[in-house]
Design a protein around this ligand. Structure first.
Ligand SMILES: Nc1nc2c(ncn2[C@@H]2O[C@H](COP(=O)(O)OP(=O)(O)O)[C@@H](O)[C@H]2O)c(=O)[nH]1
Ligand SMILES: [Mg+2]
Length: 160
């Protein structure tokens, strides 16, 4: 497999910190809001790039709302790996649990990034059910704490 370029898709519930994570990795990342005129629906997508150990890494942020499953499906095509961003100030939600179950079943390399660890209400243990068997570093996407290191380690585990 060609590991010189990797497509990594970022999943997670609405508000988990997906856009913030991509921005922390790539300050020049693009956020795209696609509006549908008849209904007040907005699909938020993010795209960022970075270089890790000489490899081009392309990050695709997906919308977190349940109803945009078709958008997640389209963005997932051809992905090499996935990162599920989890908000440790909230309990495990059904969407995050379902995402992990389908990633696990698909065999796609994935990790759960435990976000908002700077926050006083952060309790990473809430996610134990989905983190016990996968790489699950604690990060803070807003202050950038451990974001690049966690991404690098995830890539080292699966794409050496
Ligand atoms: N305290 C804290 N807040 C965060 C962190 N990451 C994201 N947020 C906040 O959580 C909210 C949602 O973040 P965003 O990146 O838009 O989430 P998305 O919907 O998953 O793309 C924003 O108000 C962010 O400032 C973090 O690491 N720590
Ligand atoms: Mg977002």
């Amino acid at each position: 497999m060609d590991h010189s370029r990797l497509k990594i898709v970022i999943f997670g519930a609405y508000n988990a910190g997906k856009s913030s994570f991509i921005r922390a990795i790539d300050p020049k990342s693009r956020h795209i809001e696609a509006n549908k005129c008849e209904v007040s629906t907005t699909v938020g997508l993010d795209f960022g790039r970075t270089l890790v150990n000489g490899r081009k890494i392309y990050l695709f942020g997906t919308p977190g709302q349940e109803r945009f499953e078709f958008v997640r499906d389209i963005l997932s095509r051809g992905m090499d790996g996935a990162i599920v961003v989890a908000d440790t100030t909230h309990d495990l939600d059904g969407l995050t649990e379902g995402l992990c179950a389908s990633l696990s079943a698909s065999g796609c390399p994935y990790a759960v990034f435990l976000n908002k660890c700077d926050h006083p209400d952060s309790q990473p243990g809430r996610y134990h059910a989905i983190t016990c068997s996968v790489f699950s570093p604690e990060i803070s996407a807003v202050n950038g704490c451990n974001t690049s290191e966690a991404l690098r380690e995830f890539l080292d585990i699966h794409f050496q």
